[in-house]
Design a protein around this ligand. Structure first.
Ligand SMILES: *[C@@H]1O[C@H](CO)[C@@H](O)[C@H](O)[C@H]1NC(C)=O
Ligand SMILES: *[C@@H]1O[C@H](CO)[C@@H](O)[C@H](O)[C@H]1NC(C)=O
Ligand SMILES: [Fe+2]
Length: 439
């Protein structure tokens, strides 16, 4: 009991301390509209029952299942293609972490597979509780990605997720800022329960934002403790040594998840990894390259101006030389789409940059854009919503932005994208370079 009170007391102290720092940093910058309230999703299952279930892709045909139990329970996943009938099972492992006075539940993970593509599987964790259903992505086009950044767990987030779930899709990409727990560890648990209906049924592939750092001087000096433990991504499989950046292939798309809050300069681990990762891409197998990161490299909003600039200077050339098709960022709580750009100029062989940091978190929207607008910025609007990237075939994909107009979802912006792999003028060939010279 005493422990609980000291936890509450010290949590409050930290909370006010952080609010104070945030006020100092942002009070004169811009005004956001009143955000909607946080939804605290309760823990209403038994302590040995799985909760906060979420899944992520591992390799070509495996899926990592992650879940939490308050009490000790086996790290087993049973699964099969028929409801209630499990003909396979895998035992994984579990861990837990300390954060100040907080001790997490048992965080379990187990990797199931090989799984058939585009197929429903029914599964149960720890041998007890609810049955969950997941659908594996297809191995061939078309494939549909949903993109939602800066999610949080408010009534706006609820509306974004409801719109996401109202139409089928294969994989969710989250370019950073998940729970907005901001050191209040129980908020990672409420977030896990809040997103479970969605994150247990489709793979959620995430990268970190600034809200995942959670370093408090003296009290907790290790960064990304909760994020790395709870949201483990398939980094080893892509040769990365860090959960903060990795890549994966799905149905003809090579997706690169970069880390805005770890070293990225030339010579850094991340830089060297990115260089070798991009060099390995075979555009005849994955004609599309999509990059996600948190702090945008192109941004005409007053909010977070210049925060992605050092990373852009360090890494933009690598992405440009690799003919990356699109870069999807978060951080700025608004939507913005640029033309194809490289080095601050319009460039037909550069990626289309999009900011989609409008998932619905408690901080509200970034309302003020710079005037006059840059000719590189083609569409910008400060509203909550989500994006969809539907890749139809080797050459054509459709991007759309779906705004939360209260309870309805409205297409606010859309554009067709042509893969740079199919574009001979950008020097990408699905054959070797020497074949190309004859053209
Ligand atoms: C438990 O909480 C979830 C999410 O708030 C809710 O949907 C569900 O109905 C609750 N179940 C019970 C048994 O109260
Ligand atoms: C690719 O998809 C687009 C959009 O559906 C379509 O217009 C185009 O003809 C397709 N190309 C091929 C080669 O099928
Ligand atoms: Fe952020």
């Amino acid at each position: 009991m005493e422990k609980a009170w000291s936890y509450v007391f010290s949590s409050l102290l930290i909370f006010f301390f952080l609010q104070f720092i945030q006020l100092q940093a942002s009070s004169s910058m811009y005004t956001r509209p009143p955000p909607r309230s946080i939804i605290f999703t309760p823990h209403n299952r038994s302590d040995s029952e799985p909760q906060q279930v979420h899944i992520s892709l591992v390799g070509r045909d495996h899926m990592r299942i992650s879940w939490i139990t308050q009490k000790h329970a086996p790290s087993i996943v049973e699964y099969g293609k028929t409801p209630g009938k499990y003909d396979a099972s895998v035992t994984g492992d579990h861990t837990s972490y300390h954060y100040f006075f907080y001790l997490s539940g048992k965080i379990h993970q187990a990797t199931i597979g090989p799984l058939d593509p585009d197929t429903n599987y029914y599964y149960r964790c720890s041998g007890t509780g609810e049955e969950f259903t997941l659908k594996t992505p297809p191995t061939t086009f078309p494939i549909e990605f949903v993109v939602a950044g800066d999610l949080g767990q408010t009534e706006w987030t609820e509306s974004t997720l409801a719109h996401i779930g109202s139409r089928n899709y294969d994989v969710l990409l989250l370019p950073g800022d998940l729970s907005y727990a901001d050191t209040q560890q129980p908020l990672w648990d409420t977030f896990g329960r809040f997103v479970e209906p969605y994150a247990s049924s489709r793979p959620w592939m995430v990268t970190e934002g600034n809200h995942e750092i959670e370093v408090v001087p003296i009290i907790h000096s290790q960064a990304f403790t909760a994020y790395n433990t709870r949201w483990r991504m398939p980094f080893e499989e892509s040769g990365s040594k860090s959960n903060l950046y990795y890549s994966f292939d799905v149905a003809g798309v090579h997706v690169v998840m970069l880390g805005s809050y770890t070293d990225f300069d030339a010579g850094s681990e991340q830089y060297k990894w990115l260089q070798s990762d991009l060099a390995k891409v075979d555009r005849s197998v994955t004609p599309w390259i999509v990059v996600c990161l948190h702090a945008p490299w192109y941004n005409t909003n007053i909010a977070h101006q210049g925060e992605g600039e050092n990373m852009r200077k360090a890494m933009e050339e690598l992405l440009y030389q690799a003919r990356v098709d699109t870069v999807l960022a978060g951080h700025v709580h608004a939507y913005e789409r640029f033309t194809r750009v490289y080095n601050n100029k319009a460039e037909q062989c550069g990626p289309v940059h999009v900011t989609i940091g409008d998932g619905g978190n408690r901080e509200g929207l970034a309302l003020t854009f710079k005037k006059p607008n840059s000719p590189l910025s083609l569409f910008r609007e400060a509203s909550f919503g989500h994006g969809r990237l539907t890749v139809y075939n080797r050459t054509h994909a459709h991007w759309s932005w779906h705004r939360n107009d209260d309870t309805d979802s409205t297409v606010g912006d859309e554009v067709w994208l042509e893969s740079l792999a199919g574009s001979s003028r950008c020097g990408v060939s699905v054959h070797s370079r020497s074949d190309d010279d004859e053209l």
